[in-house]
Ligand binder design. Sequence first.
Ligand SMILES: [Zn+2]
Ligand SMILES: [Zn+2]
Length: 330
Amino acid sequence: MRAIVFTGVGEPLVERDVVRPRLEPGQVRLEVRACGVCRTDLHILDGELERPKLPLVLGHQIVGTVVQRGGDSRFELGERVGVPWLGWTCGRCRYCTSGRENLCDLARFTGYDVDGGFAAETVADERFCFRLPESFDDVQAAPLLCAGLIGYRAYGMAGDAERLGLYGFGAAAHILAQVARWEGRRVFAFTRPGDTDGQAFARSLGAEWAGGSDERPPEEVDAAILFAPLGALVPAALAASAKGASVICAGIHMSAIPQLPYELLWGERQLRSVANLTREDGERFLEFAQHVPVHTVVSVFSLEHTGEALEAVRAGAIEGAAVVSVADAA
Ligand SMILES: [Zn+2]
Ligand SMILES: [Zn+2]
């Protein structure tokens, strides 16, 4: 089958024919329809996440059709499902048994520990797949599976913040802004300095203010979520925050956070990270996204152009989310 293969840091992605993955008991085999591009894919490509399976098929926002089942399954043949970043957990560690499977010590992640979705087919543990709302077509559903999910988990940590700051207005923020506006929150969007197109895009999705990450918003925010992987944004976000605010780092990797004066944290400001997702997050968010309804803005690439999709995300050249359409790649 056709697949885009990552062989190591510094090596270009290559499209090649690979052996079809073996179906283990408890898994489903999926014909991939679409797979979203995530910033995390770049962190793997660049060696910032250090222990990927190699060679590896990247991609962890997979929309696929069930074509084979390795035993009993919740899913019918032909049913469309979504596969997220969390691919497997042990079910036994202190995290798994306390409703925090996102922190499982032995967790395996899609498109990192196991092969992902930039391929004609993939296999996935059926317990970690989601049913997808029919109102989203394949390419529109894909970004919900990480950008949407992780954003939603971070949003939960923002509590009932009325004024929400979003740093980095890419795939995740463009979804979360819609959710936040629907709930009546006020959204302040921070982009790369000078990215006036990105700022206009944010305003078109309901942000009442949009500016560069080096600017102060017209009002303090009650929570800030950082999607851009820049540690220097942490003191900037704290400085833009009201007393009692939370600053939430939503990415899996971030450059070093510079030393900061205690006054920035003082006033009961909180700083925390978001790690991965639980299946419960997924079920709740997909239901919610359908209800709002979220409208994902996507730029679609063919499988052979996966590398270009990744570089476009790196360059900040994508409005909304980049998605690889895999239909007919077999
Ligand atoms: Zn992701
Ligand atoms: Zn565990």
